[in-house]
Design a protein around this ligand. Structure first.
Ligand code: PLP
Length: 450
């Protein structure tokens, strides 16, 4: 009997998985090995990872260069406290990030996942205004359909949904404004004729808040969990100029979009803007280890420099700047530099467009959205005839049925309810991507049979 046998039974007896606790949930996929874009299961199947393992994997599973970097670092230093100590991988990764990031983002604060990157950004902004003598700036502005993580602060800035409902009394109040969800335009216009009119909602709220606005938080160009909503870049440019006009901080949550996912190294580049604070995680270690970075501008950093220790930023996690994770992060940036990764994403984007755009003609397809290495198909649902609820179509029953249909064909996809998306590791070959796109077209073309 191998150690893989009875994995599902042992798993079900002792584990508590995120997001999947329905009594009728199918058992988890028993994955024992990964290589390139494929996951290999205990029962000998090969499944294409069409969600990049929750959007983290970029260069493929078990990449030899990343494995080597990890092994090398494990032989040197696995971990050390990062308060009062430093180490080469943390310094090198920070220097490399600062060189790549939009101008002005110069100070790297490490933590260990996307939600903590956001928590750090919120706390930094909040204390920054106090340290600067403007403590009345204590209201954050965030967008409809936003998702920033599952910790309490990150949930507060996320849009209200069934994810956040049980915790509602714990959350701090946030001013909510329109996002540019063009397919369901919040101001009832058509993208071809609109002049980014949805931005007026942010402008109005900032004008009302005046000197109380602490910062505006956005997921630039692509709102992920909210439904793979792709933005016109003019909206992003508009957010930056409104933050400037009203003297508040722009915080870019690039936890998903960072490291090439939208076709640029960072999504803010689409509009040529630099935020005051950026949150990074997921692709930072190419999907190997938990690490995050919240990178701030020099003026923000300087507001914490003082002989008065009470002005310091008292935030730290046990695994802050873990050397193994930092070393893999550096090796991942080497791959971007040496292997034409962004060009590859450009070709993948073209392939996603030509594979998915024709699906608009299918009766159930409401919208097709593509940016960089992400392609999404929003299905019209029965709920479309009624009002689209606060959760969008997240609980639409089509999601699990689609997942099953794709898994049976060897493709791992996890639709966000009625929004089916494909977000593979960038190393996917043309042939593998063509197969996945054909499979998507076949399943969506026969939706009535599911
Ligand atoms: N911010 C964004 C934009 C995300 O998409 C996510 C996760 O999907 C997070 C934050 C939270 O990241 P994590 O799951 O690593 O806490």
């Amino acid at each position: 009997m191998t150690s893989h046998q009875n994995l599902a039974a042992r798993d079900q007896a002792c584990l508590w998985h995120p997001y999947t606790q329905m009594l009728n949930e199918p058992p988890p996929l028993e994955v024992v090995r990964g290589a390139g874009v494929y996951l290999h299961t205990a029962d000998g199947r090969r499944v294409l990872d069409g969600v990049s393992s929750w959007w983290v994997n970029i260069h493929g599973h078990a990449h030899p260069a990343l494995n080597a970097a990890l092994a090398r670092q494990a032989g040197e230093l696995e971990h050390v406290i990062f308060a009062g100590c430093t180490h080469p991988p943390a310094v090198e990764l920070a220097e490399r990030l600062v060189a790549l990031l939009p101008g002005g983002l110069t100070r790297v604060f490490y933590s260990d996942n996307g939600s903590t990157a956001v928590e750090v950004a919120l706390k930094l902004a909040w204390q920054y205004w106090q340290n600067r003598g403007e403590p009345e700036r204590r209201t954050f502005v965030a967008l409809d359909h936003a998702y920033h993580g599952d910790t309490v602060g990150a949930m507060s800035v996320s849009a209200a949904s069934s994810f956040t409902a049980p915790f509602e009394p714990l959350l701090f109040p946030v001013v909510r404004v329109h996002d540019p969800y063009c397919h369901r335009c919040p101001v009832g216009l058509d993208r071809k004729r609109c002049r980014i009119d949805c931005l007026a909602s942010l402008e109005a709220r900032l004008a009302e808040l005046g000197p109380q606005a602490a910062g505006v938080l956005v997921e630039p160009m692509l709102q992920g969990v909210g439904g793979m909503i792709v933005w016109p870049q003019e909206f992003l440019a508009g957010v930056r100029s409104l933050c400037d006009r009203y003297g508040t901080l722009m915080i870019a949550d690039e936890v998903l979009t960072g490291f090439g996912r939208t076709g640029r190294m960072f999504a803010c580049e689409h509009a040529g803007v630099a935020p005051d604070v950026i949150c990074l995680s997921k692709g930072l270690t190419a999907g190997y280890l938990p690490l995050a970075a919240t990178v701030a501008s020099e003026p923000i950093y300087e507001a914490f420099l003082s002989e008065d220790r009470r002005l310091a930023f008292f935030h730290g996690h046990s695994y802050t700047a873990n050397p193994l994770a930092c070393a893999v992060g550096v090796a991942s940036l080497d791959l971007f530099r040496d292997e034409g990764v962004l060009e590859r994403i450009g070709r993948l984007e073209a392939q996603l467009r030509s594979g998915l755009e024709p699906l608009r003609r299918l009766p159930h397809v409401g919208d097709v959205r593509v940016i960089g290495g992400v392609g999404a198909v929003e299905l019209a649902t029965d709920a479309d005839t009624a009002e689209h609820g606060a959760d969008g179509g997240y609980f639409d029953r089509i999601g699990p049925r689609l997942s099953d249909a794709f898994l049976r064909r060897g493709l791992l996809l996890r639709p966000l309810g009625n929004v089916l998306y494909f977000m593979p590791p960038y190393v996917i070959s043309d042939t593998e991507a063509a197969w996945a796109l054909d499979t998507i077209a076949t399943v969506l073309g026969n939706l009535d049979e599911l």
